[in-house]
Design a protein around this ligand. Sequence first.
Ligand code: ADP
Ligand code: MG
Length: 247
Amino acid sequence: MQPLVVEQLVRRFEQGGRRVEALAGVDLVVEAGDFVSIMGASGSGKSTLLHLAAGLTRPDSGRVVVAGQDLGAMNDKDLTLFRRQHIGLIFQSFNLIPTLTAVENVALPLRLAGGAAGDVMEQAHAMLDRLGLAQRADHRPEALSGGEQQRVAIGRALITHPTLILADEPTGNLDSAASVSVCQLLRDLCEHDGATILMVTHEPSVAAWAKRGVFIADGHIVDRFDSSVVDSAAALAQRYQTMLQTR
Ligand SMILES: Nc1ncnc2c1ncn2[C@@H]1O[C@H](COP(=O)(O)OP(=O)(O)O)[C@@H](O)[C@H]1O
Ligand SMILES: [Mg+2]
């Protein structure tokens, strides 16, 4: 079953009495084990698409189907429970809880799902180990570097083995070394741990880590590519620039 199917998705906003069509009929399928990037300029609709895929907001029309289930058919309470079970979210700003340690942050989704404390902490420690952060388990977010904080946030997103990971500009607050390490980790999780990832970015060097990509402009998908046919991040950047200029 496909982790994500998006059909004819439309989302409009009112802005100072003007109607903005943030998404104007988007179709997208993400297959199990895939790593897909969404690229586009600021304001092109990337975050809107990700929020709809997560069921954080609802479309004006069209459908979002995650793990075979139509999000539109769920009430808000069912949607919250479904999201906890099936979707892992990663944000640009990490969104860790400052009063909790790294291991407690990673454990949080399992705690919310009612897991027994001892068992949950064991799983959270194993996850930090997997992410190379065992030494940081008892540190609070403020004592961690940006790259470490994002890896903790990735651990928190993964701990429930979600059907789909959604990442919105995950490297947006990181320096280039930390950015590469987060991209490498996401690619690894997809190749070796069976994760399925949909990632928004406006940086070709980040998008190049994904297996496939789509370009979005003014709420439309305007191009799709397979990373294996794009030789390098520079070639991808060139294609992205061309897309922006021909709009
Ligand atoms: N909550 C909102 N209220 C009004 N307009 C919004 C809202 N969210 C997004 N928009 C508008 O929708 C368009 C797409 O926004 P967004 O999806 O955030 O773009 P991106 O993530 O690609 O930068 C923009 O014109 C933005 O101003
Ligand atoms: Mg955005």
